[in-house]
Ligand binder design. Structure first.
Ligand SMILES: Nc1ncnc2c1ncn2[C@@H]1O[C@H](COP(=O)(O)OP(=O)(O)OP(=O)(O)O)[C@@H](O)[C@H]1O
Length: 186
């Protein structure tokens, strides 16, 4: 059983072929780390997996997923807790998600006032609240200080231990899981 399966996938973007013939299966409890030089299509691969991009060829099958990338996808005008509640099937879990990402003191602060690293952590809180079995994390360590990196790794560990799956793109090594590596080449 796979939570994400790509079969013979080709991706065309920005007027060129980024990759083709890509097969990938990610099952419960598995984590895959996509690496490769700038512009090789790591973010595009995550967007394909999320159903936000269509493959040029091949097939993408995915269970419900939550994507965290550089866009927080939170209402900038709302206090953080309310902005997160919008995405939560169970809003009662918002305080736990804030605590798990070290944001409990910012629950009433409007999203637009958060710093870069705080916004990254808010995205992670949104992902944890989604209840999606598949997490798609695009450069999740960007902008995080050492303590926040520890929180990210703890969230990854818990998700994998609970039978979730993760597809992440990162230029930096990430702990928290026994990552299977997928290298995209130029
Ligand atoms: N919104 C877009 N519209 C058109 N082309 C795009 C768009 N976003 C990215 N591309 C193209 O797709 C290519 C791959 O971009 P992508 O962001 O997937 O690479 P990446 O491997 O994640 O890069 P990086 O390491 O810099 O984050 C880029 O070189 C660009 O030409």
């Amino acid at each position: 059983m796979s939570l994400l399966r790509l079969t013979n996938v080709a991706c065309w973007r920005g007027g060129r072929l980024l990759f083709e013939g890509l097969d990938l299966a990610v099952g419960p409890g598995e984590a895959v780390l996509v690496s490769g030089p700038n512009g090789t299509g790591k973010s595009s691969l995550l967007r394909l997996a999320a159903g936000l991009l269509r493959p040029l060829a091949g097939k993408v099958d995915s269970e419900p997923c939550a994507l965290a990338d550089e866009r927080p996808a939170l209402d900038a005008e709302l206090p953080l807790a309310r902005a997160l509640a919008f995405w939560a099937p169970d809003p009662a879990r918002v305080p736990d998600a804030l605590a798990a990402t070290g944001l409990e003191a910012l629950a009433e602060v409007p999203v637009r006032l958060l710093s870069t690293g705080q916004l990254r952590r808010a995205s992670l809180a949104r992902v944890t609240l989604s209840s999606a079995p598949l997490w798609l994390l695009d450069e999740p360590a960007n902008g995080l200080d050492a303590a926040s990196l520890g929180l990210l790794e703890a969230l990854i560990r818990t998700h994998i231990a609970g039978g979730g799956a993760i597809l992440a793109a990162s230029h930096q090594p990430l702990a928290g899981a026994d990552w299977r590596l997928l290298e995209l080449a130029r």
